[in-house]
Design a protein around this ligand. Structure first.
Ligand SMILES: *Cc1c(COP(=O)(O)O)cnc(C)c1O
Length: 456
């Protein structure tokens, strides 16, 4: 019964894929392969450049994804056991790290790694302002002080030059984020860390399988952290992992994520009970089952994203006013959690980014501005500096939010957030070449007709 239902759904799926194929091949000769430039913009009532849907995310393939999950549910073993171990083995292997610890989410992974590398009150951790809140809130959870280094606008990543300028006698760590799934400049960042004897925790929560000179990101620093949240390129709903080659660190991370109970090198102390104050962030068996179902697809999907991103980028660089991301030299693969570019309105007759986005969405191309407020400018910092713990750990002058804000200005991140960045999401890069062509055609069409929507 179940099988028949599934294969029927499959049949319907393939029929609509075929009819979509017919529709597009019928359209191409009519347009003569030429970019449509002077036809009416969709936002003004014209036909959208892109019709039809974009690949859905997350993916769930009942035939392959459900058996193990159902087995877990029927077994009654739902808390961490053998499948979480298996997920760790497979993720460590994929990343090329000696050890992996699976945890409930990426935020938990960062918190554990930072805490077990000994960061705490009085320490400064250098981080980018252009990232997700968890990259910085986890620094604050340890009692350390985030110090913001501005980004390189061409790559969207933390700038190594800016990192060096921010080093003080209190600096203990760098937290590079491979934001948008594009690798940060790890060779230079590691050289800075070595020179100043700093710990490095890589936030690779958007950068699964990204690599520099064929080495996976997450393996350059003392530890690398990953997220498998619902929108991420491996979606578990909630899930995370820490990878490292440092056995002692990973044993401490294991203990900390499991109430502080002894593990590994600390196993000799079994019998004395809990060895450290810990928390509980264990991955559940059903999370592991979902992750193990997604994992076999990740490599091929990553390859497809890389191919489509390179193709789309090659089309967009030719459009004046569209500046796609640059990758650092040596990057052999990116994860493309997002495809970013900078929008320069002067090449679009002054058309605002907001109206440009609305026009692009009307053409059937989903897009967003991404992060609108850099993390050095949000209220959580002052809130933390006013907390009891921070007031006991730091002298008043280090908690003066005005002085702090002045020392942490990041003009490049400001400009990207408030004026220039545009993002496409990773699922769009799982589409066809024609989908990529449509994105470029839609942008070109808007540029050529920008004067008609200036006051929209
Ligand atoms: C998603 C994300 C996190 C947090 O991961 P969760 O699994 O959502 O807790 C941390 N840093 C970055 C850059 C992220 O994108």
């Amino acid at each position: 019964m179940e099988n028949r239902k599934l294969s029927r759904r499959h049949f319907i799926g393939s029929v609509s894929a075929v009819s979509a194929g017919i529709a597009t091949s019928g359209l191409a000769p009519a347009m003569g392969g030429v970019m449509t430039t002077d036809d009416k913009l969709a936002i003004l009532g014209g036909n959208p450049v892109h019709t039809g849907s974009w690949p859905k995310w997350p993916r769930w393939i009942p035939e392959t994804d459900e058996p193990q999950l159902l087995k877990v549910m029927r077994s009654g073993v739902w808390s961490r056991a053998g499948l979480a171990d298996e997920f760790e083995r497979q993720w460590a292997k994929q990343i090329g790290a000696k050890r992996c610890l699976a945890v409930v989410n990426g935020t938990g992974a960062l918190h554990i790694a930072l805490a077990q590398l000994g960061l705490g009150g009085g320490d400064e951790v250098i981080v980018t302002p252009y990232t997700f809140i968890a990259s910085v809130s986890t620094i604050l959870m340890t009692g350390a002080m985030p110090v913001f280094a501005d980004i390189d606008p061409e790559t969207f990543q933390i700038s190594p030059e800016q990192i060096e300028k921010k080093i003080t006698p209190r600096t203990r760590a760098i937290l590079p984020v491979h934001i948008l799934g594009l690798p940060a400049d790890m060779p230079r960042i590691m050289a800075i860390a070595k020179k100043h004897n700093l710990v490095v925790v890589e936030d690779a929560c958007q950068a699964w399988l990204a690599e520099i000179n064929h080495q996976k990101v997450g393996t350059f620093g003392n530890a690398g952290c990953f997220s498998f949240q619902n929108s991420k390129n491996i979606a578990i709903g909630e899930g995370g992992a820490i990878v490292s080659n440092d056995d002692e660190l990973m044993d401490r991370c294991y203990s900390f994520h499991n109430f502080g109970n002894p593990y590994g090198s600390a196993v000799g102390s079994v019998g004395v009970g809990t060895i450290m104050a810990g928390t509980k962030l264990r991955m559940a068996e059903y999370q592991a089952a979902i992750g193990l179902a997604q994992l076999p697809r990740l490599d091929a999907e990553t390859t497809l994203r890389n191919e489509n991103a390179a193709y789309l980028r090659s089309k967009l660089v030719d459009i004046p006013g569209i500046l796609p991301y640059k990758l650092y030299e040596g990057v052999t693969r990116a994860a493309y959690h997002l495809f970013p570019f900078r929008y320069k309105k002067e090449h679009f007759k002054g058309l605002s980014r907001r109206t440009f986005l609305r026009a692009l969405q009307a053409e059937g191309v989903p897009c967003s501005v991404g992060y609108t407020v850099p993390l050095n400018r949000m209220a959580y910092l002052e809130h933390t500096f006013n907390s009891k713990n921070y007031r006991k750990m730091y002298p008043a002058e280090l908690l003066d939010i005005r002085a702090y804000n002045e020392q942490n200005v990041c003009p490049e991140a400001d400009r990207i957030c408030t004026e220039e960045a545009v993002w496409f999401t990773q699922n769009m890069l799982l589409g066809s070449r024609k989908d990529m062509d449509d994105i470029a055609s839609a942008i070109d069409r808007i540029r050529k007709n920008a004067d008609k929507i200036l006051n929209k």
